[in-house]
Design a protein around this ligand. Structure first.
Ligand code: SD4
Length: 374
């Protein structure tokens, strides 16, 4: 617990018992900092300033919290190609633009890149040779929009934003999503590039049409694990703007050679993406089924609310997957990426090889190799 000193500052009261319970009601108190023992080796500070302010609704307190927050923008995104996407987002953020615009414009870069065979145009098709796209977006007010199994539209993220802003709904799928996109003036295009079509035809030579999960990876890239750069690399992007507001976007063509109609975690709010402007934001990449089962991104944000740092929160979300399905986890990749309200970021993955790009006023091209369980 923190006590308020005469100077107006806070000083922690450390409880000797590390299992001291976090109080459920913050109303009576100024602020709590509880130490919880999360492992034999390590103590983690739990009970964030921000969550205290949310629960108490105390404006004075919220003001004091804000001094703790970052004053300059930051954008982070999954995988190496996040660097180019971040650069586009940075153009907006550095000019004091809104994080929502930054993440939308940022993820347009891989969406439009024919050489990126996992997002948007040029994405690997499903088993039937159809490129079906999943995307979602979330703003600082908790508004969100999503499209799933959308065909023929190069920028599904922008359709997701229109769903958020122009409809009373959160999610549109398949033919309905396409119909809406066309009504909104989006152009219908063929997204299957010659090289992705060639790869699909190659896969078809041996493919068995059954719903066995990950069969596409074994057949497409036998030596590689599902979720690696050879078969699917969703972009998830999280940003804080100059006003201190957060937004996020997530867009993908999903698992290569998936069953037609299969939807992954990426367009599902709480699974592939979650933003809480008071606490932080998280996104995921990898085998979406496991992320959905654990409501991964929401979990990461809620762990940050409890005081976990972004990397610890991502690690715990990964550990949930591993603990529930240890054998499956050996064979798949899932990575989480998180950014808290203070601008601290972190990631964690099941397997080695997950990277993320970070861009702020100091360096616009940072690439970080995420820690991993294996
Ligand atoms: C999916 N999570 O459709 C996405 C794919 C992905 O890196 O993230 N690939 O399951």
């Amino acid at each position: 617990m923190l006590q308020r000193l005469n100077t107006g500052k806070y000083s922690p009261i450390l409880y000797p018992n590390p299992y001291f319970n976090i109080p459920k009601h913050f109303k009576e108190c100024d602020l709590y900092l509880t130490l919880i023992m999360i492992s034999r080796r390590k103590f983690l500070a739990v009970g964030s300033l921000a969550s205290a302010s949310v629960l108490s609704g105390d404006k004075t307190l919220a003001k004091s919290i804000n001094t703790d927050l970052i004053k300059s923008p930051i954008v982070i995104s999954t995988w190496d190609f996040g660097i180019a996407a971040n650069a586009a987002a940075w153009e907006i953020l550095k000019n004091k633009g809104r994080a929502l615009d930054a993440v939308e414009i940022g993820v347009h870069v891989p969406e439009a890149d024919p050489n990126n065979q996992s997002v948007g145009y040029g994405g690997f098709p499903d088993r039937d040779g159809r490129v079906t796209l999943d995307a979602c977006i979330m703003d600082e007010f908790g508004n969100c929009g999503s499209v799933a199994a959308l065909e023929h539209i190069i920028h599904p993220i922008s359709v997701a934003r229109r769903v958020m802003e122009k409809t009373p709904h959160v999610m549109l799928v398949g033919a309905g999503a396409l119909q809406f996109a066309l009504e909104q003036g989006f152009k219908k295009e063929n997204l299957l590039t010659p090289s992705s079509e060639k790869a699909w035809k190659e896969w078809l030579k041996t493919a068995k049409y059954n719903p066995e999960i990950n069969i596409e990876n074994r057949l497409f890239s036998p030596a590689k694990l599902p979720g690696n750069q050879f078969n699917h690399d969703t972009i998830g992007m999280l940003a804080i703007d100059a006003a201190g507001n957060m937004s996020g976007a997530c867009t993908t063509s999903g698992m290569a050679y998936k069953m037609h109609g299969r939807v992954g975690d990426s367009p599902i709010i709480g699974a592939g993406l979650y933003v809480d402007n008071e606490i932080g934001a998280a996104t995921s990449t990898g085998v979406g089924e496991e992320v959905i089962r654990n409501v991964g991104s929401f979990l990461v944000v809620e762990l940050m609310r409890q005081g976990y740092s972004p990397d610890e929160a991502c690690k715990e979300a990964v550990m949930r997957i591993i603990r529930k399905k240890p054998e499956t986890a050996k064979q798949i990749q899932v990575g989480f990426l998180a950014l808290n309200k203070k601008g601290q970021f972190g990631g964690y993955a099941i397997q080695k090889g997950f990277s993320f790009a970070v861009c702020d006023h100091r360096d616009q091209k940072q690439l970080i190799n995420s820690p991993s369980y294996y």
